[in-house]
Write a protein of this length. Sequence first.
Length: 318
Amino acid sequence: MTRFFLRHPVTTWMIFSAFVVLAVYALPRLQIEAIPEVDLPSLSVRTSWNGASPQAIQRSITLPIEEAVRKVHGVETVRSTSRSGRSTVEVEFNRDIDIDFARLELNEQLGPVRRDLPLNASQPQVVAFVPEEFQTEDFFTFSLESPLSANELRDLAETWIVPALLSLDGVADARVQGGARPLIKILLDRSKLELYDITADVVFAAIDQLDELTSAGAIREHGLEKLVSLRDPVNLQRIENAVIVRKGGRSYTLAMLGEVRQDFEDISYFVRANNKNVVQVTVDKRSNANSVTVSRQLRHELPLIEARLPFEANLHID
């Protein structure tokens, strides 16, 4: 091989020149990643309950989630951690399991658990498990500063900013932290429950049925039979007019047994800057997207998103 290159210097220079040209062409096109992309057959189920002790977290959240997780096909190992205010259940699957289908089945099994969670506990979130050696800070975060209330600012951010971020290439998810999510509170009147001989469990069961699917038949198309189900939207008026029980030819609605009102969850933390309320938006990229490209796109689009907002707010990249 050495003798060939010594006898053909022109050919040697042409080969090395070709390598140099290819290197110059490929160098600016190389993808840069902070950590390698690793597909692990593992998922984590995270749930928070502000103010709860580790014992209460384990009894009311962790153990029911563990029981639901073990019903999922392909589960190999289940590990859980119960801390003050937070429950984490790590699920490891067999290597031959499709992790996307495992996530769907896991969410289905968590359905009954979600309905029986304690008051003020958050809904369990199924996320990809990341080992400690691969854990880094959030991919991209920015703050939203406005004179509006924290709860209203969060609601507007989830309505106007999050959809705009999710429409960008390479963005997998966007979450708003700060403020509180809206909810509907039901305050039952104990004296009326005793007067009409109705228990709180009966009220809970009747409300739970409002969110159930109703079968609407089947459609046959191209040799396939597709089942059709309907779900009526649940709003404040429908909850108030929901019939809890019928006795003696009379229907008792929820409005007759207590008060139904629009409210917010308890705020976990509160931030103010420059005499204004602040919420933080965290953006996650897709697993196959380049970090530098997505970050540059976000920095380019955020001023355009801020200019289109129908409310007063300033965006600050953290």
